[in-house]
Design a protein. Structure first.
Lengths: 361, 204
C-alpha cells in the first residue's frame, strides 16, 4: 500500500513529465534581456527523466518498506542509550515524557496553559529544559527533573521572562548554560546562565541568513551553531563556532572563532563528544525530475574546509531534527512523519506519524 | 588548543565568504566565479541565469498548483519579471530563489482565486476520459483533484514538502510562517487528502 506522499509524488511527476528545459518558453525581460537558447539534454531527456523517476520511486518504496519496518525480535534493549525522551507536540504545544524503547508516553509535563516550543536534555539523562512561548518573541524556560521511573517532578522556571520564543534549545552537558535560537526573532541567538540568570543575545554572521541549530561542546565552553543558509547550496556555510567564556556577560560582540564550510545543506547538527567535529544531517544537491535529494549523516571536522566523512547514508527523505545524548552514540531524529533512533549508526523506527516538533534525550 | 587554531584561520576574507554564502544554489564553480566577479545589481543576465537554473522547477511547481501549463508558464514568467523589477530592492539577492518560490505560489493563488467563478480548462472532468481508464491515470487524476480541493496553505505545504522535497525550514521561509505551522499544516493536509481520496474511492 502506497503512502499519500508516494501517490502525490507519482501524480505530480506524471503531470509534469512533459516539462523540459527545451520546451519552456524563453524568459522575456524588458530592454536588454538575453534570452536563453534551448537547454541542456536532448531527445533522450524525457525517457531518461522517466527512468530516473521510476528508479527513484522504486528505491524510495523499497527503502521505506525495509527500513521503516519495526525491528523484529529479539527485543531491542536500548544499546545503552537513554531510557526516556521528552517530546513537544506542535499542535497542542504540550510536552510529555516517553519511553525511549517503545516511544509510548509515560507522563504529561506542565499545565495545559503552557505552550512548549523546544526541549533540551542534560548529560545525566534526567534533567531537561523546556522552552515556552508567551508571545511572538517572548518566552520562558523551565527545568524538569525525571525520577528513575521517568515520572517528572514539578518544573522550576529559570532565567525569568526572555525576549525570544525558541525554535531550538541546547544545554551544556551540566545544564549550566542554555542557548536558544529563533527562526523569526532578532537577535536570533540568546545565551542564558541557568545558575545566575545572566543572559546575552546577539546575532552573528551566519545566523542572519537562516534557521540555526545550537549545540554545546562537552566542556560547555564552545557553542557550535549549524546555520546553513537555506538559499545556499553545496559549498556554503555549514556552522559557526563560538567561544563562550566562563561568564556569559564577558562574551564579546563578535564571538565567532570559525566558520565552517560544507558540501551540501545541513540544517541540524550536534557537536560530537570529542568537541572537534559536528554530526550533521546533510541534504545533498537535488537532482532528477523529482528534485530528489540524497541524505547522509556526516561527521564534519571543525576546520574551515569542513569536509565531512559519511557515517551513514539515509535511505529516505525528510530528515528534520537531530538530537544526541551526551555520548554522541545515540541519536534521535524526525524523518518525515516518523521518529527514528540511531544507535551506533543503526537506524530504528520508534514512532510513526509523530505530532512532535522537537525531541530530546 | 583547537580553538586557538581556529582563531588563526579567521583571517579569511569575510567579504568573500559572505559573498559565497549568498550565491544561491549555484550549479557550478564557474558560475560561482562569474557571480563573485559581478556585484549584485539589476542585471538581465543574472535574472536570465536564474531562469535557466530554476525555471523548470518553478514551472513544475506552478503546474502542480494550477493544473494548466500555459498558466503555469505565465505565472513563472511573471515571477521572474517581478524579480527583475525589484532586484535593486532585494535585501539579500541570495534569497532570490526563496523570493521566486513565494512569488510563484502567490501567482498560483491568484489564478485559483479567479477560477472560483469559472471552470478551468483542463481540471479533471467528472467522468474519466478514454485514456484515463488506465488505472494509474485515474489514480493520479483523483490525487491531483483531491489536492486542488485542499485549502491553499495545505496544498502548498504538501507540494513543497512531498513533491519538491523542501525541508520544513525551507517551506517556512517560502510560506513565511513558523516551522511548527509548516508541520501542522502538512500533517493536516496529508490527513485531509487521505480522507478525500477515501471519499472518492481512490483509497489504496
Amino acid at each position: 500500500m502506497r503512502t499519500i506522499e508516494e501517490r502525490l509524488r507519482d501524480a505530480a511527476a506524471a503531470q509534469t513529465a512533459d516539462l523540459t528545459n527545451e520546451t519552456l518558453r524563453p524568459l522575456t525581460l524588458p530592454n536588454r534581456s538575453r534570452l536563453p537558447r534551448g537547454g541542456r539534454g536532448g531527445r533522450w531527456a524525457v525517457p531518461a527523466f522517466a527512468c530516473v523517476a521510476v528508479a527513484a520511486v522504486v528505491i524510495v518504496a523499497v527503502s521505506l518498506t525495509q527500513a521503516l519496518r519495526p525491528a523484529p525480535a529479539p527485543p531491542f534493549t536500548g544499546a545503552g542509550g537513554p531510557p526516556y525522551f521528552v517530546a513537544v507536540d506542535h499542535d497542542t504545544g504540550r510536552a510529555a515524557v516517553h519511553d525511549a524503547l517503545t516511544g509510548k508516553a509515560i507522563a504529561a509535563i506542565g499545565p495545559t496553559s503552557r505552550h512548549y516550543t523546544a526541549v533540551a536534555a542534560a548529560r545525566d539523562r534526567r534533567t531537561f529544559f523546556l522552552a515556552t512561548t508567551t508571545g511572538k518573541c517572548a518566552g520562558q524556560i523551565y527545568r524538569l527533573r525525571l525520577s528513575a521511573d521517568g515520572s517528572p517532578t514539578p518544573e522550576t522556571q529559570v532565567g525569568g521572562s526572555l525576549p525570544m520564543a525558541a525554535d531550538e534549545l541546547a544545554t551544556t552537558p551540566d545544564g549550566g548554560r542554555l542557548a536558544l535560537t529563533s527562526d523569526t526573532c532578532n537577535p536570533n541567538l540568546l545565551l542564558v546562565d541557568t545558575r545566575t540568570g545572566t543572559r546575552k543575545s546577539f546575532e552573528a554572521a551566519n545566523l542572519g541568513n537562516g534557521p540555526v541549530t545550537p549545540s554545546w561542546s562537552a566542556d560547555g565552553h564552545t557553542l557550535v551553531v549549524v546555520a546553513t543558509n537555506p538559499d545556499t547550496g553545496a559549498g556554503g556555510g555549514l556552522a559557526d563556532v563560538l567561544q563562550v567564556p566562563a561568564s556569559i556577560a564577558d562574551i564579546g560582540a563578535h564571538p565567532i572563532l570559525l566558520q565552517v564550510s560544507g558540501d551540501g545543506t545541513a540544517d541540524y547538527g550536534v557537536v560530537a563528544p570529542d568537541g572537534r567535529s559536528v554530526i550533521v544531517t546533510v541534504q545533498g544537491e537535488k537532482h532528477g525530475p523529482d528534485d530528489a535529494a540524497d541524505y547522509t549523516l556526516q561527521r564534519v571536522p571543525l576546520t574551515p574546509s569542513g569536509r565531512g566523512s559519511v557515517i551513514a547514508r539515509m535511505p529516505y527523505r525528510g530528515w528534520e531534527d537531530l538530537t544526541a545524548d551526551a555520548t554522541g552514540d545515540h541519536l534521535l531524529a524526525r524523518v518525515g512523519e516518523n521518529l527514528v533512533r540511531v544507535d551506533n549508526g543503526k537506524v530504528r523506527l520508534l514512532w510513526k506519524n509523530t505530532p512532535w516538533i522537537d525531541v530530546a534525550w | 588548543m583547537m580553538i586557538a587554531a581556529i582563531g588563526q584561520n579567521r583571517a579569511r576574507s569575510e567579504a568573500t565568504s559572505t559573498r559565497r554564502r549568498r550565491l544561491s544554489r549555484v550549479k557550478s564553480k564557474s558560475e560561482v566565479r562569474r557571480l563573485e566577479a559581478s556585484p549584485g545589481e539589476p542585471d538581465a543576465a543574472e535574472v536570465t541565469r536564474l531562469y535557466q537554473a530554476h525555471a523548470l522547477e518553478l514551472t513544475r511547481l506552478a503546474l502542480v498548483m494550477v493544473g494548466e501549463r500555459q498558466t503555469a508558464e505565465d505565472v513563472v514568467q511573471e515571477a521572474f519579471l517581478g524579480l527583475y523589477r525589484r532586484w535593486n530592492r532585494l535585501r539579500d539577492p541570495a534569497k532570490a530563489l526563496t523570493y521566486l518560490r513565494s512569488s510563484v505560489l502567490n501567482g498560483c493563488r491568484s489564478v485559483l482565486r479567479r477560477r472560483r467563478f469559472r471552470r478551468p480548462p483542463d481540471l479533471p472532468s467528472a467522468a474519466p476520459s478514454a485514456e484515463s481508464v488506465v488505472l494509474g491515470d485515474e489514480e493520479r487524476r483523483l490525487v491531483m483533484g483531491g489536492l486542488r480541493r485542499l485549502p491553499h496553505r495545505q496544498r502548498e505545504a504538501l507540494v513543497l514538502r512531498y513533491v519538491f522535497d523542501l525541508s520544513e525550514r525551507e517551506i517556512a521561509q517560502v510560506m513565511q510562517v513558523s516551522r511548527g505551522t509548516v508541520k501542522s499544516t502538512t500533517a493536516r493536509g496529508r490527513a485531509a487528502l487521505g480522507r478525500l481520496l477515501e471519499e472518492t474511492g481512490a483509497d489504496e
